[in-house]
Design a protein. Sequence first.
Length: 213
Amino acid sequence: MDVDRHANEKQALYASDSMDRTHVKTHLVVDCLSSDVDRELLITVDNEMELYIDGVPNPINDDPSAKDWKVTKRVNVPAGSRVIAVKATDKGLWAGLLASVTDDSLLSDGTWKVSTVESDGWTTPEFDDSNWEPATVLGQHGMEPWKTRNLISSNAKWIWTATSYYKDMGSHVVYFRYRIGMSLALEIEQYRHLCLFSLPKYCYIVLLCFCVM
């Protein structure tokens, strides 16, 4: 009797494991495919911005709109891009960054990294930003004083450094980084905790590396 009960429990656990693995695998496929298509980044910074993709300055930097936060900038992010980096300059009073892509797979939020120190190579994918702080969420898109910005997703959040976005008069520069696909690692780990029988961690690392290549 105990042998039969054990066999039935084992069969049930394997069935549960199979379902969980399918869930993980499906999620991986969706995210990998979405990183292999061009995306349109919609972004604004109060007051000015310089934008880089994988270390390359974007042509939007030469456009007058890069110095006008009231204008939403439209930037093509090529398939396979790994890092979006933004130098944001506040000219006094309010300060913030707001961004999204058209399918909401990328949003400005607390997953972005931020620093007040400019470091060599900070715009490149190889740069180690592990010591950078998570961006501070100031509030939801639509908040005062900016209200609704054209084209940008309502799910995006205004972000800045941990210091207040209300500053004394003067110029303040902060540096933002967003690693495309990094949220995938967090979501994979969440699914791992749901599995009774998880794949070895190195398998997920290999899959993750494949997705962000």
